[in-house]
Design a protein around this ligand. Structure first.
Ligand code: ZN
Ligand code: ZN
Length: 385
């Protein structure tokens, strides 16, 4: 919530400042406690020691945010003798106010990066970097420090982010809850005659009101469009007794939610009901099997086998789910190729689907949190048809 401006101590209520949705919980402060970042920095220093690095450079926006709490389009976290954050003039005030736990230094414009690194890194031999940066930037780094062996640590950083701390779990819970609230509001408003675009616009408006907007491009499918897994909403009209699929996620306090619900505007056909039952059972079976110590691939296989037994194997050709947090797609995934072992604190989606081209598609997606002896389903929107 925005604080009232100093110029108008008693702001008048306007329609635009009245939330369309009142959330059943108070919106928390935007930032996590400093102790949270201290813990993350400890992890980063341990990684540097483990991989025998002289320095470690974090430049992607999401990882910079993860380690500093500062959202800025430019900057670099450099851990050499100690950690320091570099950014340019535009973000200095914000950075110094936000990052109290390490020095903040001017300047890190793209043009200065090469010369700054060349000066600082004369004695470096092994430097950790994120393998996800673009090739041009890596080329510039190599030119700045030609003697350095560049070690990709992006997998290790993703692994750190995969286990959510209690504070992150709280943020995730709030985002999922907000998404449930937004969905129930949208579900009340959706009716036959609306276009997919209309529904998508309502969803966007609700998400902008209760959070930081969409965590990803909302998917609204009417009728046979639901057979396209990632359909882009268009002018297709929602009709009576025809399927609808909505896949939506709100971002709240920088954490993403993600949920899909499939339903019919009126009475579903017996065939729709039958497919719905298979997908829901696949979702529930997978969720019941989730617990620490199990491989992600096993959970995918459980849902896949169920759909296969029902005779629809070739109509479910995407992974069962993905982790989520600061980004909507994080590692690890419930995929046949993912050997990661589940740990308490991991948060993933479970989203089996059956897509019948020319007819309809059904996907049921929930967010789960791995606990010490199983998992908790965070999504509270009922999925039972
Ligand atoms: Zn989704
Ligand atoms: Zn998803």
């Amino acid at each position: 919530m925005k604080a009232p401006s100093r110029e108008s101590p008693e702001p008048r209520k306007s329609i635009s400042s009245t939330p369309l949705i009142s959330l059943p919980f108070s919106v928390p402060a935007r930032s996590l406690p400093v102790s949270e970042f201290a813990k993350r920095m400890k992890g980063l220093l341990a990684l540097k020691a483990r991989r025998k690095l002289d320095a470690l450079l974090v430049v992607t926006e999401v990882n910079r945010y993860y380690f500093t709490g500062l959202l800025a389009s430019n900057g670099a976290l450099l851990v050499a003798d100690g950690p320091a954050f570099y950014t340019d003039f535009r973000y200095l005030i914000m950075a110094r106010a936000c990052i109290s736990f390490m020095p903040v230094r001017n300047i890190w414009r793209a043009a200065d990066e090469q010369s700054a690194l060349a000066k600082m890194g004369k004695g470096w031999r092994r430097v950790g970097y994120e393998g996800t940066i673009d090739a041009r930037r890596l080329e510039a780094l190599r030119k700045a420090l030609p003697q350095v062996e560049w070690v990709d640590v992006s997998g290790a950083l993703a692994e750190m982010r995969s286990v959510k701390s209690p504070a992150e779990q709280r943020a995730l819970r709030r985002a999922v809850r907000a998404n449930d609230v937004a969905f129930s509001r949208v579900r009340e408003l959706v009716c036959a005659g609306m276009r997919e675009w209309d529904v998508r616009n309502i969803i966007r408006r609700e998400m902008d009101t209760i959070g930081q907007g969409e965590a990803f491009d909302t998917i609204v499918c009417a009728g046979k469009n639901s057979a396209e897994c990632h359909h882009h909403p268009d002018e297709t009209v929602i009709r009576d007794n025809r399927p609808v699929l909505i896949d939506m996620g709100v971002k709240l306090d920088y954490y993403c939610s993600d949920m899909t619900r499939s339903f019919c505007m009126g009475a579903p056909s017996p065939f729709y009901r039958e497919i719905y039952r298979v997908v829901l059972e696949a979702n529930r079976k997978a969720i019941r099997a989730i617990r620490p110590g199990r491989a992600c691939a096993d959970i995918d296989a459980i849902a896949r086998r169920h759909i296969e037994k029902a005779g629809y194997a070739k109509y479910f050709d995407h992974s069962l789910g993905h982790s989520l947090g600061l980004e909507v797609h994080e590692a690890p995934s419930f995929a046949l190729t993912c050997k990661t072992i589940l740990k308490p604190g991991m948060a993933l989606t479970v989203e089996p689907g059956i897509y019948l081209p020319g007819r309809f598609g059904i996907r049921i997606e929930d967010v789960i949190l791995v606990t010490s002896n199983g998992c908790e389903v965070l999504s509270a929107t009922p999925a039972e048809a």
